[in-house]
Design a protein. Structure first.
Length: 342
């Protein structure tokens, strides 16, 4: 069984009509089969699908007051598609289905007594988010049910540490949680580049091989080498939390945890540093560490010394030679032919 996925809404409750339309759209897919059995009766707020090809996994959708809960179960071990791949595929399928539901709700005409502006305002409140329940045994015995904070923009993998909302600590995903995340992030592709000749050249974001990057100039490596020292020189964790949040280097959950709880200076600094290090693992760019260093300088003179030390080590990155731009081609019509020699 995978940990429960919750489809949450900004309003704090499930939009009226959302659950029924979601079930109808999912039932139209050939990968979903409605499951009827005396042991699993159908309720107005709960239904079971058999999902996959072949359909061996059970997906249970339950409409609760604040969210739609999605549970994935596999009752027997089979030699078919791995559970992790099933959950990852289901998550994409749910995203597509939810988009169709929202398009459907937006197309419904409001009663005649409502103006168009009121109707647009009413529909625009449908803002949802996928969240995953924490199933760490230590948390289950100490806290009420709560969610996990994963890496932004779909960058969470099954081996990347994630944050628990209640304990505000980082840990590796449990087996049940890891089912929802891929083993690695696929190569990012941008929109195709259309030349003047009409030819399409897909552009890809290329990452230099690990063996050509000096590990000492890697931003994450630099931060790790100064990690303990930074913990010692952070004078005001609350100020640093506000500064980091203002440039989106930490999540709002972490900022609120540092601001609203009675933490010691060292505890607050530890939470902030763990969160920033996690962000740097996802976006391992010099610019990210540069922004952090400039904010760190505001803490104290000792912090300025450590920040300048990290910035000096980053200079080796800017000195590395850059790849030249792709040469323009004659058939693209971007380069004129050289005049003939007389």
């Amino acid at each position: 069984k995978a940990t429960s996925l919750h489809i949450t809404f900004a309003t704090g409750y499930v939009t009226p009509g959302y659950f029924a339309r979601l079930i109808a759209i999912m039932a139209e897919s050939p990968s979903c089969q409605l499951f009827f059995h005396k042991s699993t009766p159908v309720y107005h707020n709960k239904i079971t699908f058999r999902f996959g090809d072949p359909p061996v996994d059970h997906v249970i959708l339950t409409e609760m007051s604040p969210a739609v809960q999605v549970d994935v179960l596999r009752y027997v071990a089979t030699g078919t598609i791995p559970m992790q791949e099933v959950c990852h595929t289901l998550k994409g399928f749910l995203e597509t289905s939810c988009q169709k539901v929202e398009e459907c709700l937006q197309s419904i005409d409001a009663p005649s007594r409502f103006s168009i502006d009121i109707r647009s305002t009413r529909v625009s409140i449908i803002r949802r988010e996928f969240k995953f329940l924490c199933c760490n045994p230590e948390c289950e015995s100490s806290f009420q049910p709560h969610y996990l904070v994963t890496s932004p923009n779909g960058q969470q993998t099954c081996d990347l540490p994630l944050l628990c909302e209640e304990s505000a600590s980082y840990r590796n995903p449990t087996k049940e949680e890891a089912y929802w995340f891929p083993k690695e992030i696929k190569e990012i592709q941008t929109e195709p580049h259309i030349t003047k000749s009409g030819k399409s050249h897909p552009q890809r974001v290329l990452t230099p091989p690990d063996d050509v990057v000096n590990p000492r100039s890697n931003p994450l490596t630099i931060l790790k080498s100064h990690f303990t020292r930074v913990l010692e020189i952070v004078f005001d964790p609350k100020m640093l939390a506000n500064d980091l949040s203002s440039v989106d280097l930490i999540t709002d959950v972490v900022k609120d945890k540092v601001l609203s709880t009675n933490l010691s200076r060292y505890e607050g600094a530890s939470i902030l540093m763990n969160e920033f290090q996690r962000s740097l693992k996802v976006y391992n760019k010099p610019e990210t560490l540069v922004s952090f260093c400039h904010l760190l300088k505001k803490q104290s003179s000792a912090a300025s010394i450590v920040a300048n030390s990290m910035l000096s080590e980053l200079e080796t990155i800017s000195e590395r030679p850059r790849l030249s731009k792709r040469p323009k081609l004659m058939d693209e019509g971007l380069v004129q032919e050289a005049p003939e020699q007389s």
